[in-house]
Design a protein around this ligand. Structure first.
Ligand code: PLP
Length: 220
């Protein structure tokens, strides 16, 4: 049995029913993704649009491709025909462009709004307040080709369990509050290799796990 098969099995034993595993395959070659595919994995996450397009072209059609990285407006068109879920939407302008490109393919593209939960400055995302303002905007009614189905967050890159718990807890509280008013919100995407069990204990139902499945990434 391959290492990837074993890693996947191990991660899956930690996932309660109802938690979706996004296998984050960025920087990894198609041959490596195919090992996960052969092991039954069908949901893959990438953070660069061009890289995702290349893999989509080469790989089987029954894969769900998730864009988990920051999205530049001018690149939405390359993935609009096939992307299943865009995790990191952080502006109305981006939603508008996704809507426009989805319309060209007669699709409705599902999106998550990225809420900023980390202390670090470098992380993208909106404040909880801005997220609420966006959700309440009348202008959203004009966007018939997008569907906002949940929230996504990235915690601080730290081993400090208390801080992580606080950040995940904050996102879950925000999610619960907004869900009361916006019942279409069903997905809460939080948790990565180092912290997904903690994220799940704080209510995550979609985890984005890369290195725990595919091993460390080599960016050189
Ligand atoms: C790379 C990445 C992940 C996965 O990170 P690992 O620590 O390898 O599990 C999850 N979410 C986002 C947004 C990422 O860019």
């Amino acid at each position: 049995m391959s290492t990837i098969f074993n890693n996947l099995e191990k991660v899956k034993t930690n996932l309660p029913k109802g938690v979706t595993l996004v296998a984050v395959s960025k920087t990894k070659p198609v041959s490596t993704l195919m090992e996960a595919y052969e092991a039954g994995q069908r949901v893959f996450g990438e953070n660069k649009i061009q890289e995702m397009v290349g893999k989509w072209e080469e790989m089987p059609e029954d894969i769900e491709w998730h864009m988990i990285g920051h999205v530049q407006t001018n690149k939405v068109k390359y993935m609009a025909s096939f992307v299943s879920l865009i995790h990191a939407v952080d502006s109305f302008k981006l939603l508008k462009e996704i809507n426009k490109q989805a319309a060209k393919h007669d699709r409705i593209i599902k999106c998550l709004l990225q809420v900023k939960i980390a202390q670090e400055d470098s992380k993208f995302g909106m404040s909880a307040e801005d997220t609420e303002v966006l959700l309440s905007s009348d202008d959203l009614n004009d966007l018939q080709h997008i569907e906002i189905v949940g929230l996504m967050g990235m915690a601080t890159f730290t081993d400090d369990q208390e801080q992580l718990a606080q950040e995940f807890g904050y996102l879950k509280t925000t999610f619960d509050r907004l869900q009361q008013k916006y019942t279409q919100l069903t997905v809460l995407s939080m948790g990565m290799s180092g912290d997904y069990p903690l994220a799940i204990s704080h209510g995550s139902n979609m985890v984005r796990v890369g290195s725990a499945i595919f091993g460390a990434r080599n960016y050189s």
